[in-house]
Design a binder for this molecule. Structure first.
Ligand code: C2E
Ligand code: MG
Ligand code: MG
Length: 275
């Protein structure tokens, strides 16, 4: 895909959508007590010749055109259609995180796309978190301000993804009706070995809390990082320590265990990771 000219790549991606070659994987997210609280939807492409492709191998091409919005809408509809029935089947209700690209966010019919996906999946708006890219510019935020407020009024949660990698400050993003800050893996990966990184992560969490935001750390890979983040009152965590992105049938196996149906607090993800 990488070597293909942009037009060819876009045509190929549109065909992949029509031919059902895209798939949604889900990565677990846990709360501070280790309880599974949500899943993030992450797109994959089962390319007939090249095998399983991750977003970095095809989304950059899609982002140059409205194909990114078609993919985003498809992921949103597919993930809502997955989560709604899981909830109705009696599995523990989980939040659903869906990533939206800047271009998709500026679509005039974004709010109705979201409403339709929720209605078709039978999922209440309160279970959906839309993850906004940290690469959004201040100007882009102004353009989508109305849609974001409409989505928040519906009860949809809004998160800033990969916080700490871009140019946005906490004061910029406080103008958005935001619920969560997802702290980027680059900030998390050194917290255990480098006191400055730990201090920076701690200060980010404290500032976010001061402004009423929930904090989720991304890319938590080991028990030391987990302990330091917990010590800094991090609200939620996601990373290979708790589970890699997995296809729906694997997540369903996880959810269909009795412990999940009982609705009892469950620490199995953290325990399985030896924390
Ligand atoms: P993201 O939204 O920040 O998602 C987290 C990424 O970090 C995922 O990569 C996940 O597999 C990876 N990750 C999670 N835990 C760990 C860890 O402990 N260690 C390491 N090394 N990596 C971890 P993935 O699935 O390759 O997705 C990359 C990015 O592509 C996403 O970053 C998101 O920005 C974008 N993306 C994925 N799916 C979609 C989509 O449906 N729509 C849009 N617009 N963007 C998407
Ligand atoms: Mg994300
Ligand atoms: Mg992220």
């Amino acid at each position: 895909m990488v070597a293909m000219p942009i037009d060819g790549c876009l045509r190929r991606l549109s065909r992949a959508l029509e031919d059902d070659e895209l798939n949604v994987f889900y990565q677990p997210q846990v709360d501070s007590s280790g309880l599974l609280q949500g899943l993030e939807a992450l797109v994959r492409w089962h390319h007939p010749e090249d095998g399983l492709l991750v977003p970095d191998q095809f989304l950059p091409c899609a982002e140059s055109s409205d194909v990114i919005s078609e993919i985003g809408d498809w992921v949103l509809r597919t993930a809502c259609a997955q989560l709604g029935p899981w909830q109705s089947a009696g599995y523990r209700p989980l939040r659903l995180g869906v990533n939206l690209a800047s271009r998709h966010l500026s679509q005039p019919d974004l709010v109705s796309q979201v409403e339709q996906a929720l209605a078709a999946g039978g999922l209440s708006a309160g279970w959906l978190d839309l993850e906004l890219p940290e690469t959004l510019t201040r100007r882009a935020i102004e353009k989508i301000f109305g849609s974001l407020h409409e989505l928040a009024a519906l009860g949809v949660g809004l998160s800033i993804d990969d916080f700490g990698t871009g140019q946005l400050s906490l004061s910029d993003i406080r103008r958005i009706p935001l619920d969560n800050l997802k702290v980027d893996r680059s900030l998390v990966c050194n917290v255990a070995g480098d006191p400055n990184s730990a201090a920076l992560a701690g200060a980010t969490i404290a500032m976010a809390h001061e402004t009423g935001l929930n904090v989720v750390a991304e890319g938590v890979e080991n028990a030391d990082q987990h302990a330091i983040l917990l010590g800094n009152d991090c609200d939620g965590m996601q990373g290979y320590l708790f589970g890699r992105p997995a296809p729906a049938y694997e997540i369903e196996d996880l959810l269909s265990g009795e412990k999940y149906l009982s609705g009892e607090p469950d620490r199995s993800l953290v325990q399985a990771a030896g924390v």
